[in-house]
Structure formats: structure tokens, C-alpha cells
Design a protein around this ligand. Structure first.
Ligand SMILES: [Zn+2]
Length: 429
């Protein structure tokens, strides 16, 4: 293999000296390095030993690419002999920039972990030419498969959401998250189902010192979650997540739009019916987010169907209540007024929502105490949806937990552009 003179670049690995650089015929860079540390810890007695005893077999570790070239570090780990232990056993020097059994330096593994954020293993496998199994191993080494309570920042708000693992199947797993006082979102658990008993058991397992500080739990309307929280966290305020609550109203109105468009298309001449094309999004969007063209399309549709106009106006009024009510009392009063308006109309599309309102008005109105506390659940919900599409068929809850953690915390924890408070690569980064 030819030896090329190369410019000197810092390796960013502590206590290492480059002995030789080679460029292989495949264009890969191989740097032969040695540790400048001249001692290690005896594997038997734990004392520092510095009596050299040769070197181990060479190790080839993939490292961060340089100048778009694949880079390997070749090292023959030093061995040391213990003068105190019986039989003078030898110990191979362990260095903190690679794990004894790893195929990559920690710096490169960190790079791979960052590539996995919002991506798939198959995708990173192809981009980096690293095996699927190696990536799974890295994921396991870098991301715990369950929550590490002691590493978590203080939080007072818990969120419970869920994800259906298979399309068309009704097997849900519950996802429990927390929003820290700084506003960061963390996954705490992915439970194998959404049964009340599982949620209660998990909640009671939260370390006491953390559990007593939980003041608010945001959840969707699933009865199992509500009763589980009432049982395990009796002092916490339950807030029904706004996104799920309003969807009950929105879904009914969407169905009415479909029915009305179908009816109008039958009753009106073709040209008139054509004007109702492309009204789905103008109709669904918030009225204050529409441009002029969308407003005109929407107006044509609403003018043709008084019932739909009535439903649309009520839906927008409902959204405004959630946007602007500034206290629980104010919110409840306005929701009751709104309810009376719906009841006076002949509309049936709000029936599921009215039913929810009569059974859960109190929990819905808890949203008005603090709008902020609940909004993070929607952020999590979006992450869940994206992850579900990306990791379709992923059934292992521990792995789901890792992937969600990585999506939510990956940039915060592993990006070299952020202050790396979690860095495990080296003390320098
Ligand atoms: Zn020893």
C-alpha cells in the first residue's frame, strides 16, 4: 500500500500519537496510532500498573470521515504486567475513546447515532456502509431502553398518548412522556398495551421523590388513562389534551361537509357542482389562515349549504374559546354558552362532542388553567405519527422507546453544535 505525505490534522482523540498514515487502493485512510498513556489498571487488583508487556493484536476501528474518505484507526493496545498480583497477570490497556469490543471509535458511533435521529436504520446503513447489526448494537450502547430517572431533569407535567402499531389493528401501546421545567420533552415509557392496570402499575413505579412533584397529567379521553391517573396520582390535575378534544368536534363537521358536497353534486348542474372542488383544505383550515382565493372557494360552498355554514361557524367559535379563554371559569362559561347554541341548531354533527362535554367538562376545562401544559402532547403526537410511518411494523416496545428517545432528544444530546453536557466521547468535546 502506498504511503502518502499528508497534512497534519488534529484527531480530536486525547492521548494518541499518529505513527503512520496510509491511503489504501480503495481510497480509505488508515491511520496507525498509539496511546501515549503509559499505565493501566490491573484487571485483578485494580492498582495502577506501568510495567510494559508487549502489545495485543492490532485493532482496526472505523473513525469519523476526513475529506470525504472513510477513515480507520489501527492500534495495537499496550499490555502491562502487574508486579503485585500472584502470577503477574497482564492487562490490556483500555482507552476511553473506544469500547473493547466495538468496531468503531466512540466519536464515529456518536456521528452514527446523530444520523439515526428522525431516520431509519436501513437508511443509515446504506448511507454510511455500516451493517444493520452494528447500528442496532450502537443504539443499545448509546440509548437506554428504559427511563433513567436519576438523569432526568425535574418535571411536573406528564403526558399520556398512544400509538397503534399496526394499521387496521386495534393494538395500542401507551406512550408516557414528561415536559421538564425548561420545556424539554422526554419519553418515560412505552407500555406494551393501554390497559388501566398497566398504566397504574407503571405510575406507581415512578420513584416517590419524583412522583410527588407531578401536578398535571395531560391525556386523551381514553377511560383507562383517566381512571389510572385518578388512582395512582390522586393529587394531579388531569387535563384532556386539546388536540384530541377538538378532534371530536372537527371529525363530525368534516363528515357533514362530505355529506353536503355529495348532496349538492347530485342536486346541482355539473358546472355549479364543480365549484365545490378543492374546498376540503379551505374548509378544514382555521378561518384566519385562509388567503383570498381559499376564502372565495369556501364562501361558495357555505353559501350553498346553510347547515354547513352554521356548523363551520360553531367550529370556529369553539376553536376561539380554546385559544382565548384565560381561566377555567371563563372557559366553562363560554363552553356552556356554545353548547346552548349548538342545541338550538338542528345540527347533529356535534353530538359526539356534546356527549364528551357532558361527561368530561371539568377535565376539558382544566386546559384553560394553563394552555402551555397541554400543548406538548400534541408535539409528541406528531412525533409519534412520523415515527410510526417510518418504523412501520416495529413491535418491540424497548426499541420503540429508544427510537422515540432518539428523535426527541438526539439533537440535544449528540449534536456537536450544542453544548454537549451528555458527551461520553471524551472530556474535550
Ligand atoms: Zn494486580
Amino acid at each position: 500500500m502506498p504511503k502518502h505525505p499528508l497534512i497534519s490534522i488534529p484527531l480530536d482523540i486525547p492521548d494518541v500519537r499518529v505513527l503512520q498514515t496510509e491511503l489504501t487502493k480503495d481510497g480509505e485512510l488508515i491511520l496507525t496510532v498509539e496511546s501515549t498513556l503509559s499505565s493501566t489498571t490491573c484487571r485483578r487488583c485494580g492498582r495502577i500498573i506501568s510495567e510494559r508487556h508487549g502489545v495485543d493484536e492490532p485493532r482496526l476501528l472505523r473513525h469519523l470521515p476526513s475529506f470525504s474518505r472513510v477513515v480507520y484507526l489501527r492500534i495495537r493496545p499496550k499490555r502491562f504486567r502487574c508486579p503485585w498480583c500472584e502470577g503477574h497477570p497482564t492487562t490490556t490497556q483500555q482507552l476511553d475513546w473506544y469500547d473493547p469490543n466495538a468496531l468503531h471509535t466512540k466519536a464515529y458511533e456518536r456521528h452514527l447515532i446523530l444520523q439515526l435521529v428522525n431516520s431509519t436504520i436501513a437508511d443509515v446503513e446504506a448511507k454510511e456502509d455500516v451493517t444493520y447489526a452494528a447500528l442496532l448494537g450502537i443504539l443499545d450502547r448509546w440509548i437506554a431502553s428504559s427511563v433513567e430517572w436519576e438523569a432526568l431533569e425535574p418535571f411536573a407535567t406528564l403526558g399520556i398518548d398512544e400509538i397503534a402499531l399496526l394499521k387496521g389493528h386495534r393494538d395500542f401501546v401507551a406512550v408516557i412522556s414528561a415536559q421538564t421545567e425548561r420545556g424539554d420533552l422526554h419519553v418515560l415509557a412505552v407500555l406494551p398495551d393501554r390497559l388501566k392496570a398497566s398504566v397504574v402499575a407503571w405510575l406507581l413505579n415512578i420513584p416517590e421523590a419524583i412522583r410527588v412533584h407531578i401536578t398535571t397529567v395531560c391525556t386523551d379521553m381514553w377511560e383507562g388513562y383517566i381512571t389510572a391517573v385518578e388512582e395512582a396520582l390522586p393529587n394531579a390535575t388531569i387535563v384532556l389534551d386539546r388536540f384530541h378534544v377538538i378532534r371530536h368536534a372537527r371529525d363530525g363537521v368534516d363528515t357533514l361537509r362530505k355529506q353536503e358536497v355529495r348532496r349538492l353534486k347530485k342536486e346541482l348542474p355539473t358546472e355549479a357542482a364543480d365549484t365545490f372542488k378543492h374546498t376540503l383544505w379551505p374548509f378544514r383550515k382555521r378561518s384566519d389562515a385562509l388567503d383570498t382565493a381559499d376564502q372565495e372557494r369556501l364562501e361558495t360552498l357555505l353559501a350553498a349549504s346553510p347547515a354547513l355554514r352554521q356548523a363551520y361557524v360553531l367550529r370556529e367559535q369553539l376553536t376561539r374559546i380554546f385559544d382565548t379563554a384565560r381561566s377555567k371559569a371563563d372557559g366553562m362559561r363560554r363552553l356552556r354558552l356554545w353548547r346552548r347554541r349548538v342545541e338550538k341548531s338542528a345540527l347533529r354533527c356535534f353530538d359526539p362532542f356534546l356527549k364528551l362535554l357532558s361527561s368530561r367538562l371539568d377535565l376539558i376545562a382544566n386546559y384553560f388553567i394553563s394552555h402551555q401544559t397541554s400543548s406538548f402532547v400534541e408535539g409528541l403526537n406528531n412525533k409519534l405519527k412520523v415515527l410510526k410511518r417510518r418504523c412501520y411494523g416495529l413491535r418491540n416496545v424497548a426499541h420503540l422507546f429508544q427510537r422515540l428517545t432518539l428523535d426527541l432528544e438526539g439533537y440535544r444530546r449528540f449534536s456537536p453544535w450544542r453544548t454537549a453536557t451528555y458527551s461520553v466521547v471524551s472530556g474535550k468535546s
